[in-house]
Design a protein around this ligand. Structure first.
Ligand code: GTP
Ligand code: MG
Ligand code: NA
Length: 338
């Protein structure tokens, strides 16, 4: 079934960090698309959600580990803004996720919102991986497109490796000042107490296989602990957008449960789902196909919902689905309390 063999839902991974550390670019590289360059001022101003299937993830980790397993249908990535005034969006993004990637620019080290994100992650007890990105900006870096990071490091001169190690050690010290033990992931022997650092580039892709493999491992571990699928629908509105011919539609994250065409939803208006759309599955770079219609969608996913009256929904609130035995008035009251 769509839920995968083990009746687990796809995990949700939130991408967090200081402004312009390269969060969106990293996701662009992983997905094989280019959203970042289309953003106003190159700045993310909302929560974005993108799904990547298990097959696509495993294809990208093949070189590193040919027999990696992923017992979830895929991974849903949530991109958050680093701009300092969007703390509420970062915080909301985090409430949706099972684990996170904290992005740090290797040339800048820890910055104010890095520390803010770190504190949010710890407050919520969320597991995370640190992506130490923009390694291609190290002076004299030799590009090794898509290469696992150890392989890419071997191609570098001693000067580049020395500069990298110097910056890495500084950043490990900065984390230590925040009370956090961190270590390069392939040297990390005590995953429970020490957080893993993965060097990456979102321009040439070094370290991306490593980052994805760590996410696979984190998913597998999380599966056992908390990804067991539950039927209760948990669905959050990310944004409303006007689509030609459809009026206002909404983008939602389905965190848990199933949505069907024809479901009656409350949030806060009562309406019926006319269509459920997801973006065309990405088969190759920069292909932008038509959206795909679904009769039913299983969590976790990001979905565009078409229905009447959606201009009355409120970004950030929960959508409720009316079950056969539910009292609409009671649900309406619940929505008002959100
Ligand atoms: P906000 O969402 O606004 O917080 O920014 P962000 O963290 O999503 O960063 P974004 O992806 O917008 O990238 C910021 C800038 O850094 C852009 O000009 C990117 O092209 C550049 N950039 C991102 N990743 C890399 C990288 O790995 N290498 C290099 N050289 N540049 C990068
Ligand atoms: Mg961004
Ligand atoms: Na940016």
């Amino acid at each position: 079934s769509a839920r995968g063999e083990e009746n687990v839902r796809s995990p949700i991974c939130c991408i967090m960090g200081h402004i312009d550390t390269g969060k969106t670019k990293l996701l662009d590289y992983i997905i094989g698309r280019n959203v970042q360059e289309g953003e106003a001022g190159g700045t993310t101003q909302k929560i974005g959600a993108t799904y990547l299937s298990a097959r696509n993830i495993l294809e990208k980790t093949m070189e590193l580990k040919s027999d990696a397993k992923l017992n979830v249908p895929g991974l849903l990535f949530i991109d958050t803004p680093g701009y300092k005034f969007f703390m509420n969006l970062r915080s909301r993004g985090l409430t949706l996720c099972d684990f996170a990637i904290l992005v740090v620019d290797v040339m800048h080290g820890l910055e104010p919102q890095t520390i803010e994100c770190l504190n949010l992650l710890r407050k919520r007890n969320t597991e995370f991986i640190i992506a130490l990105t923009k390694v291609d900006r190290l002076y004299g870096w030799k590009t090794c497109e898509n290469a696992p990071i150890m392989k890419a490091m071997k191609q570098q001169t001693n000067d580049v490796r020395n500069e990298f190690n110097m910056r890495l050690n500084e950043i490990i010290d900065q984390f230590k000042d925040q009370g956090l033990n961190t270590e390069l992931y392939y040297k990390n022997k005590e995953m429970r107490e020490t957080f893993s650092i993965v060097p990456t580039s979102a321009i040439s892709g070094e370290g991306i296989p490593d980052l994805l493999l760590l996410l696979v491992q984190l998913s597998q571990k999380t599966v056992v602990e908390k990804l067991t699928y539950v039927d209760k629908v948990q669905c959050i509105v990310l944004e409303g957008k006007v689509m030609e011919g459809y009026g206002t539609t909404i983008d939602v994250v389905l965190v848990n449960g199933e949505l069907h065409e024809g479901d009656q939803i409350v949030g806060p208006i009562v309406t019926t789902i006319r269509a459920l759309l997801t973006p065309h599955p990405i088969k190759e770079l920069h292909v932008n196909g038509n959206p795909v219609h679904h009769e039913v969608i299983t969590a976790a996913q990001c979905i565009n919902i078409i229905a009447q009256g959606l201009e009355h929904t409120i970004v950030g609130t929960t959508l409720h689905v009316v079950g056969p035995d539910d009292d609409i008035e009671a649900i309406k009251e619940l929505v008002m309390l959100d």
